[in-house]
Design a protein around this ligand. Structure first.
Ligand code: HEM
Length: 190
């Protein structure tokens, strides 16, 4: 993905997920409160995932390394600036899942488990403080939504690339000819 497309994706995902600067600052501010208990979220994620039959083949024999990777990503939700570098990183994470042929619904399913666990954690950390709890949950929801939108874009791009490859195979059009045609077509656009 080129820098222009990446910047567009970052802005689009932020707008959709309502992830703005105050929410990013809040995530960083609550990080010290949540960090000591983030292991609980990762543990719950890896307890639930193996109960899903289709997920087991992707997990077997690599639980320890996956848990460490996942925990690192979880921490980044509360430390990142959600800038272009982070968007690029998340897009690549999405791509890793595409390459191992992880079904696309695992992204939404996985994030649903994570969101649910994070909400349980915040309700314990902010017990008796309804306002801070509301704001913390809104910021977390925005950050996980942003991550999901960016990771799913990898699936979308790779399925478009696969369709184009099939189209070129069927029609016998070379990739160079296709690029030239696309360029000429774009030039004629108003
Ligand atoms: C939806 C939230 C998820 C997040 C944020 C996430 C995050 C990550 C990250 C950061 C990596 C490392 C990527 C790299 O090497 O650069 C990774 C790899 C991996 N994830 Fe996920 N993941 C998610 C969901 C899942 C689910 C639901 C599964 C399914 C069981 C899964 C299975 C894997 C596997 C097998 C790898 C290792 C791929 C390889 O290196 O061969 N992930 N994930």
């Amino acid at each position: 993905m080129d820098e222009h497309a990446l910047a567009e994706l970052c802005a689009y995902a932020k707008k959709f997920a309502q992830l703005d600067a105050p929410k990013i600052r809040l995530l960083q501010a609550i990080h010290p409160l949540l960090a000591p208990r983030l292991d609980e979220v990762t543990d719950a994620f890896y307890q639930h995932l193996p109960t899903i039959d289709k997920a087991r083949p992707f997990l077997e024999g690599r639980e320890v390394s996956l848990k460490a990777t996942h925990r690192e990503w979880l921490e980044s939700l509360f430390t990142s600036n959600f800038d272009l570098d982070y968007t690029r990183h998340l897009y690549k994470v999405g791509d890793v899942h595409v390459r191992i042929r992880l079904p696309v619904e695992f992204m939404a399913g996985g994030m649903t488990i994570i969101q649910g666990e994070l909400m349980q954690l915040t309700s314990r950390v902010f017990a008796g403080q309804p306002e801070p709890l509301l704001h913390a949950n809104a910021a977390i929801n925005a950050a996980t939504g942003f991550s999901l939108l960016v990771m799913q874009e990898s699936y979308q791009s790779s399925s478009m690339a696969a369709e184009l490859e099939r189209f070129l195979q069927i029609t016998g059009i070379s990739p160079t000819l296709f690029k030239n045609l696309a360029k000429a077509y774009n030039l004629k656009q108003p």
